[in-house]
Design a protein around this ligand. Structure first.
Ligand SMILES: CC(C)(COP(=O)(O)OP(=O)(O)OC[C@H]1O[C@@H](n2cnc3c(N)ncnc32)[C@H](O)[C@@H]1OP(=O)(O)O)[C@@H](O)C(=O)NCCC(=O)NCCS
Length: 163
C-alpha cells in the first residue's frame, strides 16, 4: 500500500470510490449522493487544501481530505473530511496511515494549530481510529444528521498539532 496526493487527473477514480461509499455505506456520512451525484475531489490541490489517496497496486482503496480555513481569524484551523477506506482494504492500517500522513502534512503548514472533524456517534470504528490518532471530543450535536428516518448525533473532535 502506498499513499500519495491526488491530482486533478485522479478525479474519475475518486468519483468512482465516492459513489461506492455513498451508495453502499451511506449511513456513515453526513453527505449524500443526493447532494452531488458526481462527487469530485473536494480540495484545491494546494499544500493547504489537499486530498490523499491510498493505493494497493494501482487501485485507489482509500482517501481523506484536509482543508484549511481561509478566513483571517480562523486560519489556525483545518478540517479533515471525506474519510473512506473500501471494505476490501479495511482493518489493515490504511485508515491510520491516511490520518497519520494528513497530520504530518498539516504539521508542515505554517500557522496551522489544530485539525478538527465531525463523526457520527453511531460510527465506533471511525471514532476508535480518530481517538488512536490523537483526536479528542469537544462537543456532541444532538440530532445533527437525518439518515434513514432517524436523527443521529454528531461528535466534534479536535487534534492539536505538536509544534
Ligand atoms: C473507519 C475506517 C476509515 C477505518 O479504516 P481502516 O483502514 O479499517 O482503519 P485501520 O485499519 O487503519 O485502523 C483501525 C483502527 O481503528 C480503530 N478501530 C477499528 N475497528 C474498531 C472498532 N470496531 N471499534 C473501535 N475502534 C476500532 C482502532 O483504533 C484500529 O486500530 P488498531 O487496529 O491498531 O487497534 C473505515 O472502516 C471506513 O472507511 N469506514 C466507512 C466510512 C467511515 O466511517 N468514514 C469515516 C467518516 S467520519
Amino acid at each position: 500500500m502506498h499513499i500519495r496526493l491526488l491530482q486533478a487527473a485522479d478525479h474519475t477514480e475518486y468519483t468512482q470510490l465516492w459513489i461506492y461509499a455513498l451508495t453502499e455505506q451511506q449511513t456513515y456520512f453526513r453527505v449524500a449522493l443526493e447532494d452531488d451525484a458526481q462527487p469530485r475531489i473536494p480540495t484545491r490541490f494546494t499544500a493547504e487544501s489537499f486530498t490523499l489517496g491510498a493505493f494497493i497496486g494501482t487501485q485507489l482503496v482509500g482517501t481523506v481530505s484536509l482543508d484549511r480555513e481561509t478566513r483571517f481569524k480562523t486560519r489556525h484551523k483545518a478540517v479533515l473530511l471525506r474519510m473512506f477506506v473500501h471494505p476490501a482494504a479495511t482493518g489493515q492500517g490504511v485508515g491510520k496511515a491516511l490520518v497519520q500522513e494528513t497530520l504530518n502534512l498539516a504539521g508542515n503548514i505554517n500557522g496551522l494549530r489544530q485539525v478538527y472533524l465531525t463523526v457520527l456517534a453511531t460510527n465506533p470504528r471511525a471514532i476508535g481510529l480518530y481517538a488512536a490518532m490523537g483526536f479528542s471530543q469537544f462537543a456532541q450535536e444532538p440530532g445533527s444528521v437525518y439518515i434513514n428516518g432517524e436523527y443521529v448525533d454528531e461528535l466534534q473532535l479536535v487534534c492539536f498539532l505538536a509544534k
